[in-house]
Design a protein around this ligand. Structure first.
Ligand code: SAM
Length: 483
């Protein structure tokens, strides 16, 4: 797939943005903290005011980030050595009353190792009104969530399903020898090719449905922020609608995982799933997980149908015309809510894989990808069972006690949690508190439980049998670590 612009235009554009200092730090410095914060809230005015000075950097920010209309001489000075007539003819800029405005979004983006530039369509913040059916999404919250959650280890091959503007592929380029991206939207592939070229990168870009263009091929890492929005199957916007009804797209992608992954390979995707009356969400999503693969499904948020429909109509700048039909569909299918989360699957190729599905609403240490990798490390470490392990409590483990007044006076509720990592809180009873207090690696868990059973006049077999249920989550969440 060819980029939107010729290599001559891309070379000149790159020269212009570099010369102007149009980088993440450059933009933040030019805006200052208040205008940057306002921009983060979608309030463009402070950023427009902060960038009215006319320097090339201010002009680029005003034009591409704030959707401003600027005079031709100011724009010419900012995009030098590219000429305004070239920028107009290739569709980077367009005429507007009073001057010129951006026709696409071009903005700096970066990680700890440096800056990139990303090309996408303009959002509803700068171009109010309904989005085009083939709109190519820019850097959004979901994309950042997936980027943060991706396991960053050196791999030979990486695949991004639904590559869009190329944000995931930029991150993948830091640690993957070869990157392939698929997308059903040719405009998205052209944007991804432009993002790659602007950053001096090359990706294999294939047009088609989900993983169909790479049938028969395997990858060490597959990531996807797919069009996961749940509805009737009607597809009005390609960036969010898969054309599958209900949560079929996530089910389908998980079904394809084993055929896509190399031994030990990872698949990470964001998704929505239905909460249907009479069915646990864990049962629903658990039924889609591939065999012989470890898996961790983390539900970060649940919205009720009305909130969900309103959010997605707003996202695409649509009016409420479709809301009734959409909500009727939810009601007809007994939908009580919609879960959002991250699914990570590892092709561990084991007979009895560990598949954990849980709510994780709290803020974790960033980046989440480090937590994901450690979580799977702990799954492997306890695969042979817990009882023979010598467990050590993480030094950051804290015990909190809160007393609430009940019918019989004060009732103490105790929680264990870590000071870092996943920060998952576990409600515990005094027996577990005593167990964790004694986890210094000296005794095996079996011996610890036997001693505790004696001290509390309980049958050791009962405690041994409960170990997986009670101690398993503490180990998986990093409160206890095998020595
Ligand atoms: C939510 S956007 C994500 C884009 C980008 N990867 C990111 O993380 O921001 C979903 C992408 O999937 C693409 N897409 C939609 N339906 C698809 C399908 N059936 N097969 C492949 N890609 C699809 C869209 O064109 C869009 O680029």
């Amino acid at each position: 797939m060819d980029p939107l612009f010729s290599s001559d235009v891309i070379g000149k554009l790159r020269e212009a943005v570099e010369k102007a200092g149009y980088t993440v730090d450059g933009v933040n410095a030019a805006l200052g903290p208040q205008a940057a914060a306002a921009l983060g809230r979608g309030d463009l005015l402070p950023a427009r005011r902060a960038t009215s000075g006319g320097s090339p950097l201010e002009t680029l920010i005003n034009l591409f980030v704030c959707g401003g209309v600027l005079s031709t001489p100011a724009v010419q000075a900012a995009i030098e050595p590219l000429r305004v007539d070239q920028a107009l003819s290739v569709g980077l800029l367009e005429p507007a009353r009073g001057g010129l405005r951006a026709a696409i979004d071009l903005r700096p983006y970066g990680d700890d190792d440096g800056d990139w530039w990303v090309v996408s369509d303009l959002g509803t913040d700068v171009r109010p009104g309904p989005l085009a059916a083939d709109h190519v999404l820019g850097i959004g919250g979901a994309a950042l969530t997936l980027a943060s959650a991706t396991v960053r280890q050196e791999v030979g091959s990486a695949l991004d399903i639904g590559i869009g503007c190329g944000i995931q592929a930029l991150h993948l380029a830091r640690h993957s020898r070869k990157i392939t991206g698929t997308d059903i939207n040719p405009r998205a592939l052209a944007m991804a090719a432009t993002t790659a070229a602007l950053n001096g990168l090359h990706w294999e870009l294939l047009e088609g449905d989900l993983a169909e263009p790479v049938t028969g091929r395997r990858f060490d890492l597959v990531v996807s922020n797919p069009p996961f929005v749940i509805g009737t199957g009607e597809a009005t916007h390609v960036y969010r609608d898969s054309g599958r009804s209900a949560d079929g797209v996530v089910a389908e992608m998980l079904g394809a995982a084993t055929g896509l992954l190399t031994d030990g390979g990872w698949l990470q995707l964001l998704g929505n799933w239905l909460h249907v009356a009479g069915q646990e969400w864990t049962e629903r999503v658990g039924g889609w997980l591939p065999e012989r693969c470890d898996a961790w499904v983390v539900q970060r948020e649940v919205l009720d149908p009305a909130e969900y429909v309103a959010m997605w109509l707003r996202d695409a700048g649509e009016d409420a015309t479709r809301a009734d039909r959409w909500l009727d569909w939810f009601a007809e299918h007994d939908v009580e809510g919609v879960g959002f989360g991250l699914v990570t699957v590892r092709a561990s190729n084991v007979d009895s894989p560990s598949q954990v599905l849980e709510d994780l609403r709290q803020q974790t240490d960033h980046p989440l990808g480090i937590q994901v990798r450690e979580f799977f490390g702990r799954l492997s470490a306890v695969r042979g069972g817990l009882l023979d392990l010598h467990l050590v409590a993480d030094p950051s483990v804290r015990l909190t006690q809160e007393a609430v007044r009940g019918a019989d006076g004060w009732e103490v509720e105790e929680q264990l949690l870590t000071g870092g990592g996943l920060r998952a809180a576990h409600a515990v009873d005094p027996l577990v508190v005593a167990l964790v207090g004694g986890c210094d690696g000296t005794l095996s868990l079996r011996d610890q439980l036997t001693m505790l059973a004696q001290a509390h006049d309980t049958d050791p077999a009962t405690l041994h049998a409960a170990a997986e249920l009670v101690v398993g989550p503490l180990v998986r969440h990093g409160l206890l670590r095998p020595l």
